[in-house]
Design a protein around this ligand. Structure first.
Ligand SMILES: Nc1ncnc2c1ncn2[C@@H]1O[C@H](COP(=O)(O)OP(=O)(O)OP(=O)(O)O)[C@@H](O)[C@H]1O
Length: 363
């Protein structure tokens, strides 16, 4: 017998497959003390699929914290709905909201640990508040400390732990109530790059092992690249671009996304180039072009073909093959003479080869 055909409408199907769903959300803070109201978020529609890691990236003031505070009911939307695990957060009573918050874990930039409690006691706290007996608390906390790699630090106080270790305690504490969703508010912003990578690897591990949905906010594209399946770029309270991380990295459409990506590339440029980079062309200046290779393009033949075809000198400034979501992703930065006719001939030729390119600036 054939399985029944689903006739669900699109919005309902989305809701069923989404751990978090923002539907046309607006948030306006009413102005206090005679100040004007501030619209922090406008027309936000975003689906966070169950089991996915979704990153929201934006500059300071873009509305990231507001977005995340709507998920755990610390703020209420002015219009629209925020649905978590099928529950409309805005429609809950204060008591129901307290229960719902147990299904949502949260980690913070500054860890928010209690200084007078050991690692073990910090992780145990939400379970004590929920009124669990000590034996059950122990049976939950010990495996969590094991999971985050801190079994040997269980009796240490926060002051005796490194930043990365403190965030591991923060993650274990967030997982103590066995949430289905984890919210991460700039969780690696206070950490050095190596520790950041370790914490992001831990987030991937808990996402995979516990089938946990993760919504993270960040201002760093490197974080998105390392961990997110899907990304939304937020600017001035609106989502200006959204898609799979791979597609957004390969074919960024919005200027804000491009600028986040060039900050990432810029950080990798050799200092002698980065220091001289100018936004405008000028006499004798070369243009720096970032070309993205996805799939099986071999970089050398492509570049030498462009060079021969147009008889221009091409210098390779930087070349790197990376992996995003398990797929190869190459970025090459070249310099070519920066006069307008040469530049447009090169970018047109690159486009004809179906590669995406972007002028980073002039040196
Ligand atoms: N409680 C509040 N009352 C009034 N305005 C607020 C309030 N909270 C945030 N805002 C305003 O809303 C806008 C978005 O702020 P939000 O904190 O969400 O941004 P953000 O992207 O998280 O910034 P940051 O990265 O600096 O934390 C800003 O203009 C901010 O000034």
């Amino acid at each position: 017998m054939n399985a029944p055909v689903s006739v669900e409408t699109t919005p309902r199907r989305l809701e069923a497959a989404s751990a978090i769903l923002f539907e046309k959300v607006e948030k306006t803070y009413s102005g206090r003390h005679g100040q004007n109201p501030v619209t922090a978020l406008s027309d936000i529609s975003l689906a966070v699929p169950e089991g996915a890691i979704v990153g929201v990236i934006g500059r300071s003031g873009a509305g990231k914290s507001t977005l995340i505070r709507l998920v755990n009911g610390l703020e209420q939307p002015t219009a629209g709905r925020v649905v978590v695990d099928g529950v409309d957060i805005g429609a809950l009573s204060e008591q129901a909201l307290r229960g719902q918050r147990r299904a949502i874990g949260m980690i913070f930039q500054h860890f928010n640990l209690l200084a007078r409690r050991t690692a073990y006691a910090n992780v145990a706290l939400p379970l004590e508040i929920a009124g669990l007996p000590q034996r059950e608390i122990k049976s939950r906390v010990e495996p969590l400390l094991e999971l985050v790699g801190l079994a040997d630090k269980r009796d240490r106080y926060p002051a005796e732990l490194s930043g990365g270790q403190k965030q591991r305690v923060g993650i274990a504490r967030a997982l103590a109530t066995q949430p289905r969703v984890l919210l991460s508010d700039e969780a690696t912003s206070a950490l050095d790059p190596e520790t950041t990578n370790q914490i992001l690897a831990l987030l991937r591990k808990v996402n995979a092992e516990l089938k946990l949905t993760v919504l993270l906010i960040t201002h760093e594209m490197a974080v998105i690249k390392a961990v997110a399946d899907k990304v939304a770029v937020i600017d001035g309270g609106r989502i200006v671009e959204e898609g799979s991380t791979y597609e957004v990295f390969a074919h960024p459409r919005h200027a804000t996304t491009r600028s986040f990506l060039s900050a990432l590339t810029g950080a990798n440029l050799p200092p002698y180039v980065a220091d001289r980079l100018k936004a405008e062309p000028g006499p004798g200046r070369d243009a720096l072009i970032r070309i993205v290779f996805t799939g099986g393009h071999a970089t050398d033949p492509v570049l030498s073909r462009v060079a021969r075809l147009l008889s221009v000198d091409i210098n390779i400034i930087q070349a790197q093959v990376d992996e995003i979501a398990g797929r190869p992703f190459g970025v090459i930065v070249i310099s070519v003479p920066g006069d307008a006719p040469t530049l447009s001939a090169v970018t047109n030729a690159v486009e004809r080869l179906k590669l995406s390119s972007e002028v980073l600036g002039y040196v």
